[in-house]
Design a protein around this ligand. Structure first.
Ligand SMILES: *Cc1c(COP(=O)(O)O)cnc(C)c1O
Length: 258
């Protein structure tokens, strides 16, 4: 990840500024169309793009960024530690990476199983011990969103085990919410989902909103609904999402390989 020459950097800045502005306009238009007073929060998904892009985005007013791989996110967060950024982890997370993620993440949006809840809670305790040893203040509680698998039961049935896209079954939300709520160092924020591939996102997001309403009946503070990406942000705004996760429409097409 070498820094581009200043001229390249200027051009990239203009490019990002234009794309970011267009995305903000789409969000505002969708919010108006839905009669929403407040537009949802934008999380810019910077996976596969260099830290230099994240720095430019911060200069353009972006505060929330999303990443889906620990190794890449750790490196960027360390390189950009001077910036006031909120790092949202949005990818499938192995329990052995929890310690890393607790160092830099504001929120893990992809909590999908009990073992991950306990691993994250232990990770926050370890991180706070590390900070105490260095005379640093404790971190804030780690935000946790429960990722929900919105596919139909028939689609679940065709699952190839752990290879599926991630997410807890709707029936397991209550149990996971209770575990997160009871765990030290974690704060239950709400729900996250990715619309199932190849079907209309609107009914999937409507289902997610229903699940959020059920969750909020017992956990009123868990009011985050993270839904909507480049392709379906309008449907997510219409459904009532509080947070959008937009990557390619801000940064451009992701490099296929690296
Ligand atoms: C990559 C990713 C996004 C952003 O997708 P785009 O189509 O690039 O906007 C959002 N959410 C998750 C979970 C992702 O992995």
């Amino acid at each position: 990840m070498t820094e581009p020459a200043p001229v390249g950097l200027q051009a990239r800045r203009s490019d990002l500024e234009a794309r970011l502005g267009a995305v903000h306009e789409r969000i505002a238009a969708a919010a108006r169309a839905a009669g929403r007073g407040e537009a949802p929060e934008l999380i810019v998904v910077t996976k596969f793009f260099p830290a230099s892009d994240v720095r430019l985005l911060a200069g353009l007013g972006v505060r929330r960024v999303g990443e889906n791989r620990d190794q890449e996110a750790s490196a960027k967060a360390a390189e950009l530690a001077d910036l006031d950024l909120e790092w949202h982890f949005i990818g499938q997370l192995q329990t052995n990476k929890a310690r890393h993620v607790a160092r830099y993440a504001h929120t893990v949006q992809s909590v999908d199983r009990p073992q991950l809840v306990s691993a994250l809670s232990r990770a926050v305790a370890a991180e706070n011990q590390r900070r105490a040893d260095e005379g640093l203040p404790a971190r804030s509680p780690l935000g946790c969103l429960i990722q929900v698998d919105l596919r139909s039961p028939a689609e679940h049935a065709g699952d190839a085990g752990p290879a599926h896209r991630g997410g807890a079954l709707p029936a397991d939300i209550g149990t996971l919410a209770g575990l997160i709520d009871a765990a030290d160092g974690l704060r239950l924020g709400g729900l996250m989902a990715v619309a199932p591939l190849g079907s209309d996102p609107a009914p999937a997001f409507a289902r997610l909103m229903e699940l959020s309403m059920v969750l909020r009946a017992t956990h009123p503070g868990a009011d985050v609904v993270s839904a909507g990406m480049s392709q379906d942000l309008e449907q997510a705004v219409a459904a009532g999402a509080t947070h959008l996760r937009v990557g390619s429409d801000v940064l451009g097409p992701r490099p296929a390989l690296r």
